[in-house]
Design a protein around this ligand. Sequence first.
Ligand SMILES: C[S@@+](CC[C@H](N)C(=O)[O-])C[C@H]1O[C@@H](n2cnc3c(N)ncnc32)[C@H](O)[C@@H]1O
Length: 404
Amino acid sequence: MTGGRKQKIRIARSQDPQPRRSAPPAPGQAPAADPGYFVPRPAALPGRLDNLRALTKPGVRGFPEVDAAQALLVQTMRKDRVRGEVLDLSAMGGLTGSLGGVTLRAVEGSAAALSVLEAAGLQAHAAVPGDVLTGRWPERPRTVALVLAGDRGNAYAQAQVAWAHACTPPGGTLYLAGDRDKGFDRYVRAAGNAFGTGETVARDGGMRVARLIRRPGPTPPFPEAEGYEAFGVKVVGLPGVFSASRPDKATTLMLEHLSALELRGQAVLDLGCGAGLIGAWAAARGAAVTLVDGDLQSVRSSEATLRASGVEGEVLHSDVDAALGERTFDVVLTNPPFHVGRGVVLDVAREFIAAAARRLRPGGTLYLVANDPLPYELPMGKVGPVREAVRQGGFKVLSATRPG
Ligand SMILES: C[S@@+](CC[C@H](N)C(=O)[O-])C[C@H]1O[C@@H](n2cnc3c(N)ncnc32)[C@H](O)[C@@H]1O
């Protein structure tokens, strides 16, 4: 993942940073074995949230801890003695639901988070900003909670604020959390204009929580989709989706490099499809394509891209390959993610490669593009011999073919 600009990459290994509050193994005792990518486990909580609980797994924001903004949000709600039904529009690992006296209505767009919410016995609802929730819960609850994903850009945060407004009844309260360094003050001002009143009530490091009471009034407009045309397809980029307004430089390098690849009649997997450029490109070249993304907004974006491009394909909301059943492929194409929230985390990218190894038919090939320094050659060796096809502009395209 590149976001189109040069960046310094500091790589955190999956077992580091250690959860801040986890007890070290006793002398002579082996450290706990890694339970594996898909297994939900208790999230490490800061001491001030003692007696609360949440699950997590790789791919959930904040892993292996709880997201710092959500931690402050829940701490603030506990101080305010919030009780009754709470609609949490960014439920992550279900921390809000462990507040005493709270009945959680959990909403999430992340397939990884939905899997841990399910493991916690919470019947979460998969939705994105703008979705109407009254079909699922006809009465709007008087308390709504939301963590702004400032790292997903201005349009997404605006859509989140508009959604929170639409979901809060007049007289109801919104607890809004976010990161000062990701535009929180700006979004609170926008939310304050829409809600009529509200102020920041808690601060911890860069994290902030505002409490807003909704007065009657219109919901602000939702931002429009962006998009572009490239490689013979029409991409529809919904707010918050990776490279929504222009093709990513790394993806561009990979598609240029693969321009002579014969795909007609091939089963192709676009793993981590974002707005769907790669999958639509492969479909336009005659492949039978499956696109997957763990982010529901990206799934919606890819569906729109296939429609706008006049090509067919299957788009699945899936934590890596969890929703793929028995499907196998001749070609896997990916520009894997290495950010979940703030830090550089490679657990998800490594699982992308492991999934390619599981899903490729004998003789099938994984093509992967990444920033130069990212160490994907070793895990890709499990697929087959690794080739560096091209290295240019800070990126490299690697391939590995499963022995036939
Ligand atoms: C670097 S972007 C690439 C998007 C698109 N393929 C492109 O080239 O423009 C990586 C994508 O992986 C998705 N992703 C992140 N974690 C995932 C997970 N656990 N399972 C499936 N997809 C995930 C992100 O939502 C994002 O769309």
